[in-house]
Design a protein around this ligand. Structure first.
Ligand code: ZN
Length: 289
């Protein structure tokens, strides 16, 4: 059985204050990594981060950009995913030559997980948690309990070609008012979710997985929201970056090489600027006095 979803989907358990989000990706994830020849272990970890970022983005109300970064001092120095409220994403990893197989912790070393929300309007939000658990899902659970203060659990899987995952989140009391009843529901749902196998996350469609895990519960599943890989780089954006750099330095590159080339770190697309372009960039830039 193979699944063709590239989507996130919300679900709720009727008569409880628990909601869920489920995600599955295959070709959008493969497309996002296509420009890079990442080692298998990097592909898998980055896939888990992509699934996490998309799940996280569905739990936050925002219009703009959400960035999830894992930065460490180990051989794997960076895993980064950007996603928008339009359910598009792009992802990148950076690592040293001495990278080999290992767990998330072994590869990242001393690391932290940084969550940034850049809304179209309003203030930027940043949250940071130490990445000190064995898995990405456990570290994100720390983030939710510390920063969002909503009990949240995540299950993630990625095999280098497909990513899947879901989260459960306990919302503030609205249907189940008694603390005991709420705790009981949470315990029951998370115990059921705990039986999830990686293969199920990777192979089953959303509905089948939810029925298999929670067949005695009443689950309402909402419409699918398609997820796509989109890189937001452009000639214009690259020009903007150049305009923030030292003019003399850029001009000396032009002198030596005849052009300035900028590679997008996400999709590897190269933007090339000639002397006339560079002159225009700096001459159009408002002069600071
Ligand atoms: Zn790009």
């Amino acid at each position: 059985m193979s699944r063709t979803d590239n989507a996130v989907q919300r679900f709720i358990f009727e008569n409880t204050d628990i909601r869920g989000e489920i995600v599955s990706l295959n070709h959008s994830y493969v497309d996002a990594l296509a420009a890079h020849n990442y080692p298998e272990v990097v592909r898998r970890l980055l896939g888990e981060l992509v699934a996490s970022a998309l799940l996280l983005s569905t739990t936050l109300k925002f219009e703009g950009l959400l960035t999830l970064q894992a930065r460490g001092d180990g051989p794997l120095t960076l895993l980064m995913v950007e996603c928008t409220d339009q359910r598009t994403f792009r992802a990148v990893a950076q690592f040293r030559d001495d990278l080999s197989e290992g767990t998330l912790q072994e590869l990242l070393g001393k690391a932290s997980l940084l969550i940034t929300v850049d809304p179209v309007k309003g203030k930027r939000y940043q949250g940071i948690v130490p990445l000190e658990k064995e898995t990405l899902s456990a570290s994100l659970e720390d983030y939710f309990s510390q920063s969002v203060q909503l009990q949240t659990r995540l299950w993630l899987a990625c095999d280098g070609q497909t990513c899947g995952g879901f989260l459960l989140q306990a919302l503030p009391a609205s249907v189940e008012l008694s603390e005991d009843v709420r705790a009981e529901s949470w315990k029951r749902m998370t115990a059921l979710a705990e039986t999830t196998q990686d293969a199920e996350l990777l192979e089953l469609d959303h509905e089948t997985l939810l029925v298999r895990l929670f067949h005695e519960e009443t689950v309402r599943i909402f419409d699918k929201e398609p997820v796509r890989f989109v890189c937001t780089c452009s000639q214009e954006r690259s020009a903007k970056i150049i305009s923030t750099l030292d003019r003399k330095e850029i001009e000396s590159i032009i002198e030596e090489e005849g052009q300035v080339a900028m590679d997008c770190q996400f999709c590897n697309h190269q933007y090339v600027f000639g002397k006339a372009d560079i002159d225009a960039i700096f001459n159009e830039k408002p002069q600071l006095h």
